[in-house]
Structure formats: C-alpha cells, structure tokens
Write a protein that binds this ligand. Structure first.
Ligand code: ATP
Length: 297
C-alpha cells in the first residue's frame, strides 16, 4: 500500500468511439505527500484537467483509483477544494458571503460572527480586506480569482486542486496573486495539486513538477524536484544557480521529449522517473529559449 497522503493509482481515461477508442491517458500514477505543492505540466489535451477532475470526484476514470488519507476518494467532498480558471463565484453574493458559504457548510456549528471572522481573515490574506462587501460584478478578474482562492483555502480542505487558476489573468496580476498563493499556502501548509502551462510559475511555486507526455495514451513520465530554497521570491529566484538548470530541463522536456516519450511513439506508461536537475548536472546552464517553449506549448 502507498505511503503517500494522496495516491493516484493506475488511472486511465478512455472515450469509446465507433471508429477507434480515444485513450487520453493510461496507467497514471502520482504520489503526493502531506503539505506538498505539486504542479503538473503537459501539452494541451494530454488529460491534466481530467486527472484533476477525477481527483476532485467530479469525473469517473475508466480504470484506477484515487486514495486520500487512507480512503478511496469517490465523489465530491469538502475535503477536496477546487479552484478553476473561471472563478465560479456566486454572482448574487458578496466576496465575504461567497467565502462564508463554504465555511458555514464546513463548520455548521459555528456562529455567524465566527464564520465571518474566519472568512474575513482568509480574504485579508489575499489582500481583499477592503472589498468584503463587493459582489463579483464589482470586482476585477484578479480580485475574483483571489476570492476563489480564499474560499478554497478557508474551508481547510485536505487537498487543494487548482486548475490553471491564473490562466486568464494578465502577467502583473498573475505575479501578485502567485505571491498571495505562496503566502496563504505557507500559512496553512495545505497539500496542493495544480495545473499550469507556465514553467516559471511552476518553478516559483512547486516542490515537484510532474511532466506528462503528449496524448493520446499520455502518462506522467517524470517527477522533477524543484530544489530551490524557500521562501522563494519572484525577483531573485533567477539568481539561484539551480534556476536555469531546472528551467532548461522543463523546457527541453516540453519542446522535445514529451513527444518522443509519448504513447503514440511507443513510450510506455506506468513508471515515473525522479529527477533533480539543480543537483544532478544533467542540463545546461545556458539561457533558455522562451520562443521555442512558447511555440511548443
Ligand atoms: N466527452 C468527451 N468525449 C471525447 N473526448 C473528450 C471528452 N472530454 C474530453 N475529451 C478529450 O480528452 C482529452 C483530455 O482533455 P483535458 O481537458 O483533460 O486535457 P488538458 O491536458 O487539461 O488540456 P488543456 O491543457 O488544453 O486544458 C482531450 O483530447 C479532449 O478532447
């Protein structure tokens, strides 16, 4: 039996079709320790959102299982909080009411003032103490996503699932909310699984980055350790000697090896290689090629 806090075991997703079944991914195995921040990166369509939705209990896999804290995770639960790219706030409620809604469901025995004090504290952590009584339509996209993050963390789920939460935001707002996510995560020490397309975001936030091969028949080929010291700062992280080793390693995988290792090229699923680019000297120190990366993803 797995010793991980969260264990995704032998997960596959197949969409049957008259012509030919679509095997999106097969034999995906992921272990996440308590308090760990894990990002997953892979090309569009390899099945990242499907994996996250299965972990959230919102989608049923074709085979395999998700075990959390020793129990099989089936169906949605307050133990697993989800943040999607498109905010999904209740438009008729204020920021405080949106957060309180989940908090009340989590702790029904709490008084109204306890619920509001707890909810306000989490909204303050994401810099929204002055916008508690505003409705989503009165908030910017970045502010709405902050409310979603506060709402997810405030219910203290055992696992937080973030599906490209900053995908729709401009670079400046994205950077600010990344800082707030780091702050709230370091204060709560919750376990996080996050999808991103942004290599720099993954390096800033994650303890490990999982790399998926291209679909169809995608799998998690590698688990890359981000062995940069915390706390990490967006402004200075690039000065760390390990930064470009990790970045180049990730970009090289996405540009080149994600295709070479894919199921359609004969790559097998199942096993995941563990790598630590900053300490293994297995990638170059050269500046990365952002244009090549953008073209690939
Ligand atoms: N109902 C469905 N029927 C058939 N194929 C589907 C269905 N739903 C999803 N797919 C396919 O499953 C694959 C995986 O989708 P998923 O959204 O999980 O990928 P992803 O890696 O998260 O992509 P992106 O990065 O673009 O969000 C895609 O190829 C998609 O077309």
């Amino acid at each position: 039996m797995s010793s991980h806090f969260v264990s995704v075991e032998g997960l596959s997703k197949v969409y049957p079709s008259k012509a030919r079944d679509l095997i999106v991914f097969e034999d995906v195995n992921i272990g996440i320790d308590k308090g760990e921040f894990v990002c997953i990166i892979g090309h569009s369509g390899c099945g990242k959102s499907t994996i996250l939705n299965v972990m959230a209990g919102l989608e049923i896999p074709s085979s395999g299982t998700v075990i959390m804290d020793g129990k099989e995770a089936t169906g949605p639960s307050l133990d697993r909080g989800v943040v999607f790219q498109n905010y999904s706030l209740l438009p008729w409620l204020t920021a405080l009411q949106n957060v309180s809604f989940g908090v009340k469901a989590r702790w029904p025995q709490w008084s109204r003032s306890e619920v509001e004090a707890h909810s306000s504290r989490f909204l303050s952590m994401v810099g929204l103490s002055k916008s508690l009584h505003q409705k989503p339509s009165e908030l910017s996209g970045g502010m709405r996503q902050r409310v979603s993050i506060a709402r997810a963390f405030a219910t203290s789920p055992k696992l937080l699932l973030l599906d490209e939460p900053f995908g729709a935001l401009d670079a400046l707002t994205r950077g600010m909310i990344q800082d707030e996510l780091i702050k709230i995560w370091s204060e709560t020490q919750q376990t996080v699984f996050m999808i991103t397309h942004d290599v720099d975001e993954a390096i800033l936030l994650a303890d490990r980055v999982l790399l998926m091969t291209n679909g169809p028949s995608a799998h998690v080929a590698e688990s890359v350790k981000i062995s940069l010291p915390r706390p990490r700062d967006r402004g200075t992280i690039i000065d760390d000697p390990g930064y470009y080793k990790i970045r180049n390693y990730l970009v090289n995988f996405l540009v080149k090896r994600s295709g070479e290792l894919s199921g359609s090229n004969g790559g097998g699923g199942g096993s995941t290689r563990q790598v630590d680019p900053a300490n293994e000297g297995n990638s170059s120190d050269e500046q990365p090629q952002p244009a090549a990366y953008r073209a690939a993803i």
